[in-house]
Design a protein. Structure first.
Ligand code: AHR
Length: 471
């Protein structure tokens, strides 16, 4: 008989509040992510079929315009009437700038997502970044006046601003590969941007522990978030290796968390004796402002149009468990990306589909949170589990990553009512939704209530289950 595993919930051990902003999305001027993805450039409108699918994901945050493209992106090209067509020097093709800041804001509004903009620290200037803050957030000034003239009287109140993107990456040949250069520039960008709007929250570029240590040490009085980009992948013909890769991501989170914990709180953020701003009120948090699964062999620009199997969906659920378990230190996360590029949603000229990875994200966003609590699992390596509560209901998120083994479970938790199970699965870990069969969904979803008093559950092979019970 298969071995029984124990899941024990420690309701008295809080792991922190799961920030609603961990459920963000990322869109970039890259391949068919925007044009041909969220936007129909023939009809000059957002694609309604795609919008409906993104809306169902209920993203709380939307990051734009990149990503690597940030290194060549100039926001002024994308506002007003006369917009130049620019070569996309990073990803290839052209950007006619039909989607720019105002269109992005409109998309974020339609989604109910908070906007998150990333500024150009490679070929841009600090002044340009500060002018973007003015365009978005000010009521007065030349750029605020331009925004009004472009039909947007009210400021957008953009709170989240990324200072650059992957600036440490040598292969991107950005301007600031040495952390000392980044730190120097980031102070200057931050100062000019905060002179425009002192309330902006700044996301600093992170990388390996050594870079992060230096950036945190020098910038932490003005650093609200340190960014980590967490892309998992699997080895050829070894689907289980995906989970080893994802475990390395959790290790990177824990290393960064320890570095943050060692910082001493700032009293004041002082750019000089003249420019002083309130110190951040909260401890530095981690912004996982790009996360996802990046497999070789995709199509399209830079082979980034990847088909995702059900195994990848198990990976996404594992990632979400990691975010929940590390809730105390993860302040936001944006999934890279949204449409066509490493994406849960794929399009062709006439239709769009949800890939397998779409479904766990939708389920977690709907049911989990807001307080993360400790949970231990014994008896198997196959399971990955997180637990959360709103004070009235206990929610367990259980992923059985084994492609063959069914795991009988003993649930050790004091609950007052029967468990309701929300079960996602597919016929095999290789199952995929593709545009070749747009009407076929390989992912099954079942909701059922377990018998009153039941303290056991069977986690089917390659399954994702959310169990909920009243406390
Ligand atoms: O998401 C695709 C790319 O991955 C982004 O542009 C970059 O930031 C990362 O390397």
């Amino acid at each position: 008989a298969p071995k029984t595993a124990d899941i024990t919930v420690h309701l008295d051990q809080s792991l922190g509040t799961i920030a609603p902003t961990i459920y963000g999305q990322f869109i970039e001027h890259l391949g068919r992510a925007i044009y041909g993805g969220i936007y129909d450039d023939q009809q000059h409108r957002f694609r309604p079929d795609v919008l409906e699918k993104v809306q169902r994901l209920r993203p709380t945050l939307l990051r734009y315009p990149g990503g690597t493209v940030t290194k060549i992106y100039h926001w002024k090209d994308g506002v007003g009437k006369n917009r130049p067509v620019r070569k996309n020097l990073i990803w290839g093709g052209y950007d006619n700038n039909h989607v720019g800041t105002d269109e992005f804001m409109e998309y974020a509004r339609l989604l109910g997502a908070a906007p998150f903009l990333t500024v150009n620290m490679s070929t841009g200037t600090a002044e340009e970044a500060a002018e973007w803050v003015e365009y978005c957030n000010a009521t007065e000034g030349d750029y605020a006046t331009q925004r009004k003239a472009n039909g947007h009287p009210a400021p957008y109140q953009v709170k989240y601003w990324g200072l650059g993107n992957e600036e440490a990456a040598k292969e991107d040949a950005g301007r600031l590969q040495d952390p000392r250069d980044y730190i120097k520039q980031a102070w200057y960008y931050a100062k000019l941007m905060k002179l425009q709007d002192p309330s902006v929250q700044l996301i600093m570029v992170g990388d390996k522990p050594d870079w992060n240590q230096q950036v945190l040490q020098e910038l932490h009085p003005i650093c609200d978030y340190i960014a980590l980009h967490l892309y998992a992948s699997s080895k050829p013909s070894d689907p289980a290796s995906l989970f080893t890769s994802i475990a390395e991501m959790e290790a990177a989170i824990k290393t960064t968390a320890a570095q943050i914990a060692a910082l001493t709180p700032p009293k004041v953020a002082s750019f000089s004796k003249w420019y002083r701003f309130p110190a951040r009120q909260q401890p530095v948090k981690i912004a996982v402002d790009e996360w996802g699964i990046w497999e070789n062999g995709g199509r399209g620009a830079y082979d980034l149009e990847v088909d995702y199997t059900w195994n990848h969906a198990l990976g996404v659920a594992t990632f979400l468990n990691i975010f929940q378990r590390n809730a105390a230190v993860i302040g936001l996360a944006t999934w890279a990306q949204t449409v066509n590029v490493l994406a849960p949603i794929m399009t062709n000229g006439t239709t769009s589909i949800c890939q397998t990875i779409y479904y766990p994200l939708e389920l977690y966003r709907r049911l989990c949170g807001p307080q993360s609590v400790a949970v231990t699992t014994t008896g198997t390596e196959a399971l990955d589990v997180s637990a959360s509560t709103d004070g009235k209901t206990l929610t367990l998120a259980i992923v059985n990553r084994d492609s063959k083994v069914v795991v009988p479970l003993k649930l050790n938790a004091k609950v007052a009512g029967p468990w309701t199970a929300h079960e996602l699965n597919a016929s095999s870990i290789e199952a995929m939704n593709t545009l070749k069969a747009p009407d076929k969904n390989v992912v099954s979803y079942k909701q059922r209530t377990l018998p009153a008093g039941a303290t056991t559950y069977t986690a089917e092979a390659h399954s994702i289950t959310i169990l909920q019970a009243k406390l």
